[in-house]
Ligand binder design. Sequence first.
Ligand code: TRP
Ligand code: ZN
Length: 330
Amino acid sequence: MRGRTLTAALVLAVATALTVPITPSASASAPSRTVTPAPLAAPDIAVANVQAHLTQFQAIAQQNGGHRRAGSAGYTASVAYVKGRLQAAGYTVTEQVCTSCVYRSNNLIAEWPAGPTDQVVMFGAHLDGVSSGPGINDNASGSAVLLENALVLAQQRPTMTKRVRFAWWTDEEQGLNGSEFYVRSLSAAQRGYVKGYYNFDMVGSTNAGYFINRITSTTAAPLKAYWDSLGLQPEENREGQGRSDDYPFQQAGIPTSGYAAGASARKTSTQAAKWGGTSGASYDPCYHRSCDTTSNVSATVLNRNADGIAYAIWQLAVSGGTSVPASSTT
Ligand code: TRP
Ligand code: ZN
């Protein structure tokens, strides 16, 4: 679901910017007219569909010893769920065995097969959880918003200016191992094709903050523009720095960003004043606990993350999805 402000505000801004009055010369016979190309707005991601994925991940945990830790039956079932949904939508999905992981298990990679193969933007989330609970905010939430975005992209089939590649990482909780293995598995040329990596880890925290990795970077601009349009006043993701799967990409020299709603750190009074919620309490009161269930996720927060990802995909990789002139490289 999308907040009411974005479509109106951004679409109007884009339409205004692209309105080109064509003034006929004195001798021309064509009537004066105004050409307004229809702006290609990002789709609205249905948060109910994202929540349905969360329900599935929770059922998977329940049926497999209560958790989805890397290498466990709950993790294998989580991979099968995401893979099945992607394949049904037309993706070719690759499982990569992580041989350097603490718990041997697979990363899942799915690329939408349109756009230049040497210009890739990646979106990733860790699919594994800790063994203390079902891991719904950490990190079924990031996994589910990416899955739903991948399904919507396949449904819409827009003209692509870049390749979009989605990744679901294993063994993050043991030390960012799945994503590190993947980055190391790329050749220098393949690493160079990846123009940006966007990470989503804990995007439904009930006492949420609105955090963006490397918030002032060019890479973060579309994620920031979307939250700015909602008036959310996002901040740098300090708590998550170096603690999730963007880190191996960053270490390899690939520009990174991402959204996060916060983990065990406590909300300040300033943050509670602008974002609501409880100051002095953790962003996620169930971080790495058995109570990290579907009750431990805010639908509003999940929705704002899901829609911001769609906005970024359309801005970065879809033809006509940009509000800046086509000649601009930023
Ligand atoms: N969620 C990650 C972990 O599993 C890392 C993390 C900790 C994090 N704090 C964060 C991610 C804050 C994003 C924001 O344990
Ligand atoms: Zn996490």
